[in-house]
Design a protein around this ligand. Structure first.
Ligand SMILES: Nc1ncnc2c1ncn2[C@@H]1O[C@H](COP(=O)(O)OP(=O)(O)OP(=O)(O)O)[C@@H](O)[C@H]1O
Length: 260
C-alpha cells in the first residue's frame, strides 16, 4: 500500500506544529522521519494514523482519502507502534497482542483458535515465545516494546507506522525490530533518532525541522556532516562503510577541530 500526504498543516492554539507537509511513501518502502526534539515527527505520524486531524491537507492510502475510510478500515491497512505503550489496567501479554485482531472482529465476536495461533507466532517472531501469560506491567521496557511490535504483526497490515520503536531496545533488538520491518515488506514510516540505524535500514529519510520538511533523500545523499549540523547543530564525520554499503555517522564533541 502506498501513502501520500498532501499539504498537511496542523496547529495547536496559535502555534504552528506542521506547515504544508507533502510526501509520498511507495508500497513496501521504508521511510525514516528524523529531526530534532519537537520538530513535529510524532504529530505528523498521528495525523497519518488518525489520532489527530490536520487543519488542512489530505492523506491518501492507496489513492483513497482517509477521510472516506472508517477507522476499522484504516486499522486493517495500518498498524501502529506509538511512543506511549502504557495501559491503565493490567493485561496479560496475550491480551495486548490479541488487540491486533480487533479490526477483524464484529461486535462481541470472541477470539478464536486462529487468533491465538497468530498471537503465538507474532510473539515468537519478536523473540518473546512463552510470554503469553506474563503480566504486561511486569515485563521490561524493551519487552513491552516488542509486545507492541507483536501486536502490530498480529494486525496483519501492509503498512506499519512506528514512533521511536527502538528507544528502549538493546542493540540486538533494535536491529531485530528493523529487520522484521524489512522482512515483512511493510510500507513503513518510522520516526527515529538513531541516524546510524536509519542509514542502515531506511530506503529514504525525510527530515523535519520546525514543522517543515527540510530534507528528503536516500540516507547516503541526505546524511552529510553539513546537513547533520544544520539539523541538530552537532558535529560529525560520515564515512561510507564498504561492507554494508551504508553510511556510518560518528559524532564529534562540540570543541572538535573540524569544519561544520
Ligand atoms: N497537545 C499539545 N499541546 C501543545 N503542544 C503540543 C501538543 N502536542 C505537541 N505539541 C508540541 O508540538 C511540537 C511537536 O511535537 P512532536 O511530539 O510532534 O515532536 P517530535 O518531533 O515527535 O519530538 P520528539 O523527538 O521529542 O519526540 C512540540 O513543540 C510539542 O511541544
Amino acid at each position: 500500500m502506498d501513502i501520500s500526504v498532501k499539504n498537511i498543516s496542523f496547529s495547536i492554539k496559535n502555534t504552528v506544529i506542521l506547515s504544508d507537509i507533502s510526501a509520498s511513501i511507495a508500497s513496501m518502502e521504508c521511510v525514516g522521519i528524523v529531526g530534532p526534539n519537537g520538530s513535529g515527527k510524532s504529530t505528523l505520524l498521528k495525523c497519518i494514523y488518525r489520532v489527530l486531524q490536520p487543519d488542512a491537507g489530505e492523506i491518501f492510502f492507496d489513492g483513497s482519502n482517509i477521510k472516506n475510510m472508517t477507522l476499522k478500515e484504516s486499522a486493517r491497512a495500518v498498524s501502529v507502534m506509538a511512543q506511549d505503550n502504557s495501559y491503565a489496567f493490567d493485561f496479560l501479554v496475550e491480551d495486548i497482542v490479541l488487540l491486533g485482531r480487533t479490526p477483524y472482529k464484529k461486535m462481541l465476536q470472541f477470539d478464536n483458535e486462529a487468533d491465538y495461533k497468530i498471537v503465538k507466532n507474532a510473539l515468537k517472531t519478536v523473540g518473546l515465545a512463552g510470554f503469553e501469560k506474563r503480566n504486561f506491567s511486569a515485563i521490561s521496557g524493551g519487552e513491552k516494546q516488542r509486545v507492541i511490535l507483536a501486536r502490530a504483526l498480529a494486525q496483519n497490515t501492509s503498512c506499519l507506522i512506528m514512533d521511536e520503536p527502538t528507544n528502549h531496545l538493546d542493540i540486538k533488538y533494535q536491529m531485530q525490530t528493523m529487520e522484521i520491518v524489512k522482512k515483512h515488506k511493510f510500507t513503513s514510516i518510522i520516526a527515529i533518532h538513531d541516524l546510524n540505524i536509519a542509514a542502515l535500514y531506511c530506503d529514504r529519510i525525510i527530515a523535519l525541522k520546525d514543522g517543515q520538511i527540510v530534507g528528503n533523500d536516500v540516507p547516503e545523499k541526505l546524511l552529510t556532516p553539513e546537513f547533520i549540523y544544520y539539523l541538530y547543530e552537532v558535529l560529525s564525520e560520515v564515512h561510507m562503510n564498504k561492507k554494508t554499503g551504508k553510511v556510518n555517522i560518528i559524532y564529534m564533541p562540540s570543541d572538535s577541530n573540524i569544519c561544520k
